[in-house]
Every structure is written in C-alpha cells, then in structure tokens.
Write a new protein. Structure first.
Length: 129
C-alpha cells in the first residue's frame, strides 16, 4: 500500500471537490422545481385562490386588488382570519414570516407549512411598516 502523504491527501480532496461540483451543476436543483407551475397556479402563472381546513385550521389565500402593504405578487394568505405575510421569491418559490428560511412552491404550501410550524399556537398579527 502506498504511503499516505500530504500531496496524496490534497490530490484526493481536490478530485472529490471537482466531482461534487460537477454533480451539483448537472443535478436538477430544488429551486428549479419550486419555480415550475403547479396545480395551485392559474394558466396566467399567478397563484389560484384557496379556502380549506388544514390540520384543524382554516387557511385562505387570494389575489389582492388595490393598494396596501402586501408583498409577494399582490397575494394575501390568512390562517384563522389572521393575515400570514407571504412573499414570492425571484425563482417562483414562496416564503412566509413563519417559515422564512424554508421556501415552498405556492402560497397554499406556505400556509400549510406555517400551520405545521405553529403547532396549534395562534398566528399573531404582524405589523409590517
């Protein structure tokens, strides 16, 4: 067996890093799949309105008309009547104030993720300035 030297270790590490980089470039990314239209989107590309009960909580979402402080493509989401602030990202994914670091493909998915994260706690109104 050849002797383990610093040169061999560095060479192996460089080969692994190159292989991992090449694989990352050729694999489909999660953000690319999040940007694909889903059943929750109109044929115009905007999210569709929804109103359902998820895990015992009423979640609603609808396009917003007019002014206001709404972020995320003029779309409003509510959990038990309290507004959940959502925002659309440049890649087509959505985030909420509750699950800010976990992008999802639609506002409906953002509402569901918030319900799961809240674990039964009420959504407290968020004063956005």
């Amino acid at each position: 067996m050849p002797e383990l030297t610093r040169r061999r270790v560095l060479g192996a590490a460089a080969a692994l890093a190159t292989a991992a980089g090449a694989q990352a470039l050729t694999a489909p990314s999660a953000s690319a799949s999040a940007a694909r239209p889903t059943a929750d989107e109109h044929h115009h590309g905007g999210p569709e309105a929804f109103d359902e009960v998820f895990r015992g909580r009423r979640i609603e979402g609808r396009p917003v008309t007019g002014g206001g402080h709404h972020h995320g493509g003029e779309y409003a989401v509510f959990i038990d009547g309290v507004e959940l602030h959502v925002m659309s990202n440049a890649d087509g994914s959505w985030i909420s104030v509750v699950s800010h670091y976990d992008p999802v493909p639609t506002p409906r998915a953002a509402a569901r993720a918030a319900v799961v994260e809240l674990q039964g706690a009420p959504l407290v109104p968020f004063a956005a300035n």
